[in-house]
Design a protein around this ligand. Structure first.
Ligand code: HPA
Length: 248
């Protein structure tokens, strides 16, 4: 088994995964979005969950984030990278490119966002730095070999599934956000509660609402950006998994 986990978001249709085994895992919080998949990346393996399900039928606000994080932890995952599609507000981070955010702002509501259940296990985890510093450094060190990776960013997490209004994006920008997506919370907070190192490899698949040419992006445009971003990812995913697997 591997201590390296990947949570693969909506881009999973564009990735060819060499699946070696599948484990259906029940958790105290219900079923995860997919079986835990043992996937080979070159000579190393990672344990993967498809966040939106194998048939991409689970929208961001209905993902069982607690079951996903719990299942990975149960399988021994210590380091988890989330591959997550985002819209970009940052002129230095273009659709088709990747980035590692160092901060987030949470605008979600009504999601099951904690493992603390009102019993005796109440803990206020330190969330000053939502993403693991050393995991980000490792991600950045291999990803900078590609020419399409930005080393910073602030991820605004919206509720979805609808996209944002242009004014909502203006507000996010005033709050310091440089990218917008729908899944980093409660995922990052839950990983922190279980003491799992967690970082995001964000993949820009469109300009945020009101940015770029003003439209969020028609479907085939987004497809083009997804394949550009996954092409970029494929240049360093194997060395990344190898590095994390060895560092355990
Ligand atoms: N907004 C929110 N989530 C997203 C976007 C966006 O523009 N693009 C991909 N995920």
């Amino acid at each position: 088994m591997s201590a390296v986990g990947l949570i693969i978001g909506s881009i999973h249709d564009n990735l060819v995964l060499d699946i070696k085994s599948r484990s259906q895992t029940k958790t105290p919080f219900g079923l995860p979005s997919s079986p835990v998949l043992e996937v080979a990346f070159g000579n190393h393996k990672a344990l993967c969950i498809l966040r939106h399900g194998e048939t991409s039928n689970i929208p961001p606000h209905m993902v069982n984030y607690r079951a996903n994080i719990w299942a990975l932890r149960e399988h021994g995952v210590r380091f988890c990278i989330a591959l997550s599609a985002v819209g970009t507000l940052d002129p230095n981070f273009l659709p088709g490119e990747l980035a590692s955010p160092e901060q987030l702002v949470d605008y979600t509501w009504g999601r099951e966002h904690s493992f603390c259940n009102g019993g005796t296990d109440l803990r206020h985890v330190d969330f000053t730095c939502p993403f693991d510093k050393s995991l980000r450094e490792q991600l950045i060190s291999v990803a900078k070999l590609s020419d399409c990776f930005l080393q910073s960013g602030v991820y605004g997490v919206t509720q979805g599934p609808r996209l944002e209004t242009a004014s909502e994006i203006d507000r996010l920008e005033k709050d310091g956000c440089t990218m917008v997506g729908m899944t980093a919370m409660p995922e990052a907070g839950l990983a922190k509660e279980l003491n799992m190192s967690y970082a995001i490899c964000a993949m820009a698949v469109n300009f945020a609402a009101g940015r770029g040419d003003g439209t969020v992006g028609i479907h085939n445009q987004i497809e083009r950006y997804i394949s550009k971003a996954t092409g970029c990812l494929s240049r360093f995913i194997n060395p990344l998994i190898a590095m994390l697997d060895k560092s355990y």
